[in-house]
Design a protein around this ligand. Structure first.
Ligand code: NAD
Ligand code: USQ
Length: 382
């Protein structure tokens, strides 16, 4: 298939581009490289040293003989996006290219506005470009499990059967997101759903849980192919952060009592889920929703698991309970369905002690790159 990976220089997008290329798909990366600029803005860095996108794709071509085409530009620039689609005429467009940090979106008004404009306008442009240039192209859009929030009922995959005053309908599952970033994903979902209905285009919204891990089979082929890994309080996600904190002997930054439960997925499964969605496209006019995670854990569960893995290496790591900088419930019910990708053939990599230990050992190697001032959270929701 001809597949565009928008956001293909990022944490999920880069290993996905390599995986799809290895499977024989014709892959094109579109990225504005803005994520690298946010590192500069925040005086932060990837734990791992990352090569430039040019060096990355040149290295991949040397090792595999496969070409990944790149277009550097912003999805918010419609003329640029049109030109990419005219030149590539993709069968599928995988859309990772958004500002994805909840804390970043909560810094202040400017960052909230930036996040929502970047994400919502970028996705609107993608929808219009598909309609105009490649109406058969399947949009595979990265959403988030955080669109649903933490309701006191089971979370379905996108839709809920509702009985109201004796009448029944299947409606989009109610959304209660917890940050300006998560809200941008809700707005995207509504826009995509409308575009599918109005224009007959097709889309899959992948409501992904928190991703953990670093290496994939492809990124370990050469140091130039190494994936990025965020550990700072703005872009770092919870399990990767805890592993890196343990590696440097820092107390684990559990917010509140750690009673928040989330869906989690290994980066090895992210790349596979994207291919499964591409190989099994939505129908014309269909807005399909999959919940893309494989297991649920509370933050405290994860802290304990990381403590145990560190203890096996003789490292005594403490759990530090910090006041939660976010507005979140201390404890809540959480039971989210996640069957549809497994029905399509996903065979999950679960978080066994060995998997956790392997990731721990892979991050220890880079622990000296950590900028310590970036570990503790400074952005408050209030
Ligand atoms: P990332 O920040 O590492 O990568 C995003 C990439 O998109 C970056 O390379 C950035 O330069 C690019 N980008 C952003 N805005 C752009 C624009 N307007 N035009 C062109 N390029 C742009 O993020 P990630 O962790 O790889 O996440 C990818 C997607 O998956 C995001 O949409 C995110 O919301 C979603 N997601 C991520 C996680 C996670 O735990 N990392 C979990 C659930 C969902
Ligand atoms: N948390 C801690 N300590 C930390 C970091 C986080 O206790 O040091 C807690 C948070 O309070 C939250 C949970 O861990 O309750 C998850 O936080 P996170 O930063 O790992 O994840 P989140 O902000 O939800 O965002 C990440 C990605 C985002 C994606 C989302 C999937 O950055 O792009 O959409 O995970 S989900 O969580 O399912 O919405």
């Amino acid at each position: 298939m001809k597949i565009i990976v928008a956001g293909g220089d990022g944490f999920c997008g880069w290993p996905t581009a390599l995986y799809l290329s290895k499977q024989g798909h014709e892959v094109t990366i579109v990225d504005s490289l803005i994520r690298r600029k946010w590192d500069q803005e925040l005086a932060s860095n990837s734990l791992t040293p990352i090569a430039s996108l040019d060096d990355r794709v040149a290295c991949w071509a040397r090792h595999t003989g496969r070409t990944i085409r790149t277009f550097l530009g912003d999805l918010n620039h419609y003329d640029f996006l049109r030109e990419v689609l005219i030149q590539t005429r993709p069968d599928a467009l995988v859309h990772f290219a958004e500002q994805r940090s909840a804390p970043y979106s909560m810094i202040d008004r400017e960052h909230a506005v930036f996040t929502q404009v970047n994400n919502v306008v970028g996705t609107l442009n993608v929808l219009y470009a598909i309609k105009e240039i490649v109406p058969e192209c399947h949009l595979i859009k990265l959403g988030t499990m955080g669109e649903y929030g933490t309701p006191n009922i089971d979370i379905e995959e996108g839709y809920l059967k509702v009985n109201h005053n004796g009448r029944e309908d299947i409606l989009p599952f109610p959304k209660q997101p917890g940050s300006m970033y998560h809200l941008s994903k809700v707005h995207d979902s509504h826009n995509i759903m409308f575009a599918c209905k109005a224009w007959g285009i097709r889309a899959t919204d992948l409501n992904q849980g928190v991703v953990y891990g670093l290496h994939t089979d492809e990124t370990v082929l050469d140091p130039l192919l190494l994936n990025r890994l965020d550990y700072d309080a703005v872009f770092g996600t919870v399990l990767n952060r805890f592993l890196i904190q343990a590696a440097m002997g820092h107390d684990l930054t559990v917010y509140g009592r750690g009673g928040q439960t989330r869906g989690f997925i290994n980066i090895l499964d992210t790349v596979r889920c994207i291919e499964l969605a591409a190989l099994n496209p939505a129908d014309n006019g269909e807005f399909r929703v999959f919940n893309q995670f494989t297991e649920e854990f509370s933050v405290l569960d994860l802290a304990h698991k990381v403590q145990e893995v560190a203890a096996q290496d003789g490292l005594a790591v403490r759990i530090g309970n910090l006041a939660n900088p976010r507005t979140e419930k201390e404890e809540h019910y959480y039971n989210a369905k996640h069957n549809k990708l497994q029905d399509l053939g996903l065979n999950p990599h679960l978080l066994t002690p060995k998997v956790l230990r392997d990731i721990f050992h892979s991050v220890i190697e880079y622990k000296d790159n950590v900028i310590k001032a970036n570990i503790m959270p400074k952005i408050n929701w209030k």
